[in-house]
Ligand binder design. Structure first.
Ligand code: RP5
Length: 243
């Protein structure tokens, strides 16, 4: 089970998001009338607090000193005590369906199989919102990101790659549709290169799991899959440049 326990952003809450003109996205841009709607999935977050994976509702109660961001130092809103998204205004306050104020850490296994003739395939799962994605998930408290990647592969695709050495290909902010002004996703993506294609079986909240041929580049892959979830297309492009 993923920490958040959900894949599809609640369309009701996230649909309140307002558009922010590009020039006014950075917090340093003066925008005195900025007053975005607030979305916190209270029932879901209260369950998360009880189960220990979500922060308290009041961000003042959270110790952010041990919550590093790949984006550098994170500013806190002096009034609410909430972290401010380092990528600027997102048109929605609160933390929506993300358990943590500020950084929410994920891990993404990028599993690519290459056959003897050089044909490449990528293992993807289908999320509840229908988009294809890496079988990634939230890092559990105290868990190493490399362990998260292997756990999520097992849970979402029923694939164990214990004998395969993975290498980290990128770490950073994810353009996840659940991001808000005060909560956002960051991931560590690990590359697994295989010379075989273990049969996947979808599990957890993945609706499907399968291998896709990568004909030449991301664009040709997305011709089959549709746009990959969040920043996964960019991550895959990085991965392909490294093999
Ligand atoms: C994305 O959300 C990450 O890249 C990762 O794939 C995923 C983690 O969230 P859940 O799958 O646990 O919802 O931003």
């Amino acid at each position: 089970m993923t920490e958040s326990g959900t894949f599809a952003p609640n369309p009701i809450g996230y649909n309140q998001r307002i558009a922010v003109p590009d020039a006014l996205v950075p917090w340093r841009a003066d925008y005195p009338s900025y007053n975005p709607p607030e979305f916190n999935d209270e029932e879901f977050l209260t369950k998360g607090i009880e189960q220990g994976w979500a922060d308290q509702h009041d961000a003042h109660l959270v110790d952010f000193s041990n919550r590093p961001s790949f984006e550098g130092a994170v500013l806190l809103d002096p009034t609410t005590g909430r972290p401010l998204n380092p990528r600027g205004r997102q048109g929605l306050a609160g933390r929506g369906e993300l358990g943590k104020w500020g950084v929410n850490n994920a891990a993404d296994p990028v599993v690519i199989a290459i056959d003897p003739s050089g044909i490449k395939q990528i293992l993807l799962i289908q999320r509840a919102n229908g988009q294809w994605a890496f079988p990634g998930g939230m890092v559990d408290p105290g868990e190493l990101v490399t362990a998260t990647a292997r756990r999520e592969l097992r849970e979402e695709a029923n694939i164990e790659l214990n004998d395969i050495v993975a290498r980290i290909i990128t770490k950073g902010y994810v353009n996840d549709p659940r991001n808000t002004d005060n909560a956002w996703m960051e991931t560590v993506a690990s590359l697994f290169v295989l010379d075989f294609t273990p049969a996947p079986k979808h599990g957890d909240d993945a609706k499907d799991a399968k291998w896709f041929n990568i004909p030449s580049d991301l664009k040709s892959l997305e011709g089959q899959t549709g746009k990959l979830y969040a920043s996964h297309g960019d991550i895959l492009t990085l991965a392909l440049a490294q093999i």
